[in-house]
Design a protein around this ligand. Sequence first.
Ligand code: BTN
Length: 259
Amino acid sequence: MAARDRARTDPERLAALLAGLPIGVEFHDRIDSTNTRARNLLAEGLVVPRAVIADGQSAGRGRAGTRWHSPYAEGLALSYALPGARREPADLVRSACLALCRALCRCGCTEIGIKWPNDVMLAGRKAGGILIESAGGGWIVGIGANLNNDPRELPGLTYPAASARGQLGRPVDRTAVAADVMAGLHANLADLPAGSGRQQRRWVELSVLLGRRIRLLDAGRSFTGVVTDLGTDGSLELEDGGVRRRHRTGSVDEVFANR
Ligand code: BTN
């Protein structure tokens, strides 16, 4: 990969691409974390959903207290602040993962998959992730993705990472990807609850873990088994020696080559 491909988001084009959709967008050149900004908006009494997008984050957060690095004007950092508590976090993760998968597909990426509980993968490597938080009587759907950055430059990585540009060999249009993700997320959320079965089927189809033997860390314990089901409640079922156990939390520590 060439060293850099920075093209800042074009807020006017983003607004034009989202025209007709009832989505308020707030754009920041640099911010600490779009999720923190969304949290503050909800605490201040936001009454209609708003998307917060930034070209750079200095303190992006990932799941389980990790850092999410957002190289300036190279990735996607987007948070959707949703007032109102009547949402299931599992629905939000699924809707957001599917929106990101669709947007990556539309810009030409292939071998797109979802790794429970919240990772979007390109050819088995993590290219994006979702962070759901609750705040101020509402929800925050945080979406991060490696688009035009070189994933080898991300500091302190503990997993194999990918980016859209790394896979395609050319940069993607970050403004168009942001608009696609927003429009997809909006459509997926509007489609609930009626469309939850359809979204669940897609979630299962895109899963890179179903049928694979994995090791999972959950609440400080380690579990090994074959993934036999992904529940609509966001759970993952592991079978080991005829015993099935359902996990609602945890992270995948290893995916084994053989069943
Ligand atoms: C993960 O895979 O651990 C989740 C990563 C989520 C990162 C996004 S980037 C936009 C939003 N703002 C944040 O601080 N985090 C999320």
